[in-house]
Each structure stands twice: as structure tokens, then as C-alpha cells.
Design a protein around this ligand. Sequence first.
Ligand code: NAD
Length: 269
Amino acid sequence: MSEKIRVAVLGAAGRMGATVCRAVLDAPDMELVAVIDPPHEGRPLDDFGVAGTGLTLAMLGPNVKAAAPSVAVDFTHLDAARGNLRWCALNGVHAVVGTTGLTASDFQDLSALFDGERANAVIAPNFAIGAVLMMQLAAIAAPWFESAEIIELHHDNKVDAPSGTALLTAQRIAETSTDWTPDPTQTHALPGARGGEGPAGIKIHSVRLRGLVAHQEVLLGTTGQSLTIRHDSYDRTSFMPGVLLAVKSVAGRPGLTLGLDSLLGLGEG
Ligand code: NAD
């Protein structure tokens, strides 16, 4: 039997991180070797709903290196992720990144760090396979419509807006069609009422509501008809098949891979 993939989880005490720990523990071909979450350093992972591992939350550093992870999964916060990813690349640990908010300039820095020699990285703003398909379908449909708007809806603890998925969806739509009718609005009784402006002027509206997890609607309109493509993640387990696929694939994908499309054998929209 081949060796298990040694996995470290960054942000292990968080909502996504704890779910990733459980998924790794349940995966027969993976081993959870380190859990990192500096604000909770020294506390057992058991305190965060993942019982029986004997692991204690740590800082990134020599102890984590000694645990010899081959892949680190990062679901943290933007500033934390920037530092964590640098550490991973410089220490030869492949990275799977779900943290959202990374910018084009971050991707430029990261492609220099994850150069395929030191380590590789897979970064996806949405690991739910249905969400990847939603983006693909929106890109396929775009050339047949003149209006497009995106509504993304998330839980009330999300700290960034709009979601990375909404931005990537707008980018994918803009890549397949640039021919959109201009916004007719001339007065705004409330600032921001028409949402944020994404690529090709596509409007993005962000809803934050207690009880939600992660949801998105892509609205496409043309004369006399509209098409709505909606995806719902009801539970954080929805992201786990995609995360585990990335953990298994990252060593074989030199450099930086953005999005799950190529891992799923789909073209990039
Ligand atoms: P959370 O606040 O529950 O968890 C983040 C954790 O990171 C916290 O426990 C925090 O203490 C920890 N942390 C802070 N600094 C750290 C550091 N330097 N190193 C390691 N850990 C550190 O947040 P969440 O809801 O789990 O979301 C985390 C990220 O994942 C967000 O950016 C969110 O948008 C993103 N997300 C992505 C997907 C996806 O599919 N890509 C899905 C859901 C959420």
C-alpha cells in the first residue's frame, strides 16, 4: 500500500479548518500530522469538535516542519494566509488554499514562490463541485444574454465581500462575453443600491444573513426571458470532496493552479 499523504491544517480551530481536519481523518489515504491556529496555541484540537487525535494547536515553525507534512491546507484569514503560504513554499510544503480575498498581485507573488521546484499550490475560492459547475455553466450561457448580475449570499460571520466565487464568476462571464447593456440607473437613493461593479461592469450583490452557509445566483437576461443558475452549499462538508481532491492532486501539478476546473477535467470556462 502506498504511503499516506501527511497533511497539516492551517486555521484548524476555525469553521472550515475543523471540517477539513475531520475529512482528513476520515480519508483512508491521508494522515493529519499537524494543526496550526496561533490564536488558540496550546489548546487540544478536541476543544474544537475534533476529538481523539491527541493533536494540539500550534504556531507555524520548527515543530510543524518536524511533523513533515507534505501538504498544508489553509482556511484562515487573508493576512494570515499570505504569511502561511510563504512559509509553506520556503519549507517545501505543497499548499491547498481556500482562504478568500487574494488579489491578482498576491497571485503574482505566489506564482514566484510556488515555482514547481520548491512546492506547488492549488488555490480555489470555492471547493464545492456544484459551484465550479455553476461558473462553467454561466460562462457557457453568457454570449446569449445582454444583462448579467450576480447575487452571492453568505453567513453573517463572513468578513470579506464580495465572495471570491462571485468575483471569479464575473471574470469567467466577462471572458466569454463583453457585450453587456449599460446600467440604466441615473440616481441612487441609497449608495451601493446597485451593488459592486465586477469585471465587464457585471454587478455583484452581497447578502450576509444568519443561518446561511454559501449560496450564489447568476442572473442572465435577454428579451422576454431570463436564466437563473443557482448553487447552494448547505453545509461545510460540501467543500470537502474538492479539498481532498486538491490534497491528492497538488504534488502532481507543478506551480500554481487556480480553481478546481482542471482537477475535475473541465476546461476553464
Ligand atoms: P474562521 O474565522 O472560522 O476560521 C479561521 C481560523 O483561522 C480561525 O480559527 C483563526 O484563529 C485562524 N487563524 C488566524 N490566523 C491564523 C494564522 N496565522 N495561521 C493559522 N490559523 C490562523 O473562518 P472560516 O469560516 O473557517 O473561513 C476561513 C476562510 O475560508 C475564509 O477566507 C472564507 O472565506 C474561506 N472559505 C473558503 C471556501 C472555499 O471553498 N474556498 C469555503 C468556505 C470558506
